[in-house]
Design a protein around this ligand. Sequence first.
Ligand code: GDP
Ligand code: ZN
Length: 461
Amino acid sequence: EAHRTSGSTIAAIATPMGQGGVGIVRLSGPQSLDIAEKLFVPGPRFKGFKAYKLHYGWIKNRNQQILDEVLLAYMPAPYSYTREDVVEINCHGGPAVLEGVLEALYHLGAEPAAPGEFTKRAFLNNRMDLTQAEAALEMINAPTQDGALLARDKLQGHLKERVDSLRDSLEKLKQELCLAVDFPEEDLECLPLADLAQRTNSAVREIDQLLKAFEQNRVFREGALVVLAGRVNAGKSSLMNALLGRERAIVTSIPGTTRDYLEEAINLDGLPVRLVDTAGRRPTRDKIEMMGLETGRQLISRSDLCILVLDAGQEPAPEDLDILEEISPGKLVLAVNKQDLVSGTPGWVQDLKDKGLDLVHTSATLGHGLENLTRAIRSRILGEKRPQATSSLAPNLRQKTALDKARQELLLLADEARQEMPYDVLGVRLDYACTFLDEITGRIVTDDILNSIFENFCIGK
Ligand code: GDP
Ligand code: ZN
């Protein structure tokens, strides 16, 4: 296949900066081996460069001094990450070594790689489509292993296949329409409008499935927003600390210390959670505290889950009852805290249980009930399902936006078909829908789209 990238050879450090067992400097482009060869001093059993083999030896710096002991891999086009000639030099993972090698490569004519440029070249050379390039970024950024599993299927191209097959079916539909336009007198019956409507609807349903997956996977990309609420002194900050397993939130026995809110990221058994400790909902006239309270309410309303922390030794306060009123049970977990201070189950707790609310007994100070609380949070948010079973082809925001637009065109098309609009008008709708789908895979792509995607990558990827 034709290479669409320029003939330049780029180089970058592919591993994170800092000390590590191994660090990798990567080259891509036609000069990769020529440049690397000038710096490589082969070890004793070297018999020339062989494709896809590791070569043991030493690497020189730009002053021709031997710098480090290395393993060099040569991956000729087109069977490489970028589909260009690629050389990877495995050095010791120290910044001085890696920078020394990189500097020498630049000195010999390699150009500094821009963020994501290796992956961008892989895309431009048709090794992957845009959904796969974005999946590579999603894989790198996955906050938990479950997140990585979700990126995997897209990295393999399964989302691309889905979008392309949808596109192909629309393309085929369009060809049938065009036949009817070109040979109206012979072929007018070739595509009844009822068929058109039905096929349009099934395309919309296919898009809807992907959009649903977007919503389901949102929490794995962004983290679920979980808000701790409840009256002052119920133990919100203590529970937050207990869940974090370390002392972070400010805990105090003076009511009202948690004024604004604190947010911490935690990994609850693979579920990334943004845990927020709100101000208590004590009625107040203090302006600053009022603001804190408002933020708390807003947070709860846009949260994925609210944990209402109750003090087992006290009946729920009016502000707790407000929350019980306002928040739907599906978004609520009750933590009856300070369980260590009471014996048995108070009547009001039993009443809440009888209402079928999700209720967990905890003692933040003793660390009791935390596993149950974690389980309750996970199952409320995930509905017991492991993510990959349902939605490993979830689009990202960019892809979702394009899907929304394609869907919109198809709905308009269905409408226009019902109104028995001319076939060529309907064909234009199909064109638009296909264009939006092509934006997802990158079959049609602007520099702006490319730049906005690849600028989020790190250098060396
Ligand atoms: P917040 O205002 O809801 O954030 O409550 P804090 O976490 O600041 O806790 C208020 C007080 O209750 C502190 O003195 C905590 O040590 C205490 N406390 C919190 N949880 C428990 C618990 O489970 N058992 C007992 N005995 N005390 C607790
Ligand atoms: Zn607090």
